[in-house]
Design a protein around this ligand. Structure first.
Ligand SMILES: [Mn+2]
Length: 345
């Protein structure tokens, strides 16, 4: 891989390294961030910390097991600490997002204005190359974890020998790849299966990871899922399925961040659905998740109508009120219009 030696030198010359991921971190963001912190501290002896723009969702808290107290700083708990950490860092990594603009408004200005060298490792479309000294950007991989797996494997101190790496590093990579592929249901490439195979051969307990990921939810998540599918899901004549997780429903099910993970994929099971949209109400905006089937671009839809982007068939964005729509109640009409316009023949 290009740039491996340049990266190796950059790491060798740094002592305080910070790794940032995107806001509302998912398994891939946390997995790649933790794996890198584990490699940098365990193998390279660096002072390495993962910076999370908001907080770690409860459902993914198990991923932090085995990591020391100071390995992760979150903006929600210690914003001052995060800012100090960024200004005191001599190397910055940005993982699983195409630019610092997805690092959240709390961290973005500090990250951008830092004079430390910056490295991007990401698998989304349209990376903001100019902001980084070294860019590892590939879209033909399942996840940032898969890309990072290949990078770490090629590092001169690893030489392809996974046994040299801390188990936390290997487990984090497996976890993130598993969540980003929806447990091997999408975005799986030949290299993805090789990665899984090599990690298992190196001793990663995949059954334990699956149990932590998929057998550990609160009852509310399942009841909310049932409610949304039965009472809330609508499908437009053009084949856009949409669900609106507004404040009232959030309250009713005591909704917590991360608990709707995967919901947006469910309507794709319906034959006539071409695209699925999940709106989650937040302060002054909806968070938007979009999934599409082959031939329909979730990325284009997110860019055109929802102030976002991502991958060809999995993207996200925001819908502001007031702004894009006058109030939360305007969401449905907006989606109907988008569907008509975007999926028109
Ligand atoms: Mn990802």
């Amino acid at each position: 891989m290009n740039n491996i030696l340049a990266l190796d030198t950059m790491i060798a010359e740094a002592s305080r390294i910070s790794v940032s991921v995107h806001i509302h971190p998912d398994g891939d963001a946390l997995g790649s961030g933790l794996a890198l912190v584990s490699y940098l501290s365990g193998m390279r002896g660096k002072d390495a910390v993962l910076l999370v723009p908001d907080s770690v969702p409860e459902s993914l808290a198990f991923m932090l097991e085995g990591f020391g107290e100071g390995s992760v700083l979150t903006c929600n708990q210690d914003l001052e600490g995060v800012r100090e950490r960024i200004s005191g860092s001599d190397l910055l990594f940005c993982l699983d997002c195409s630019s610092f603009s997805r690092s959240g408004e709390d961290m973005e200005p500090e990250l951008r204005s830092s004079s430390a060298p910056k490295v991007l490792v990401d698998h989304h479309l349209n990376p903001e190359r100019d902001s980084f000294g070294i860019v590892f950007s590939e879209t033909e991989v399942s996840s940032t974890c898969e890309l990072l797996f290949r990078i770490i494997k090629e590092m001169p101190d690893v030489e392809g020998d996974l046994a040299r790496l801390p188990m936390e590093c290997l487990e984090s990579l497996m976890t993130g790849m598993t969540t980003d592929t929806n447990n091997f249901a999408n975005s799986v490439f030949p290299g993805t299966l090789n990665m899984a195979s090599e990690l298992m051969a190196a001793g990663v307990d995949r059954d334990r990871i699956l149990s932590c990921l998929y057998h550990n939810y609160r009852e509310n998540r399942l009841r909310l899922m049932g409610y949304l599918l039965d009472r809330n899901l609508e499908i437009t004549p053009e084949g856009t399925a949409f669900m609106i997780l507004d404040r009232a429903i959030q309250k009713r099910f005591d909704f917590r961040q991360g608990e709707s993970e995967g919901f947006v994929n469910l309507p794709l099971a319906i034959s006539r659905v071409r695209m699925s949209i999940l709106l989650t109400e937040e302060e002054g905006r909806f968070r938007v998740s979009i999934r599409s089937k082959e031939g329909t671009s979730a990325n284009l839809c997110a860019m055109r109508y929802f102030n976002g982007g991502g991958h060809e068939m999995a993207a996200g964005g925001k819908l502001f009120f007031p702004g894009n729509i006058p109030s939360p109640e305007g969401a449905k009409a907006y989606i109907l219009k988008v569907s008509e316009e975007f999926l028109a023949k």
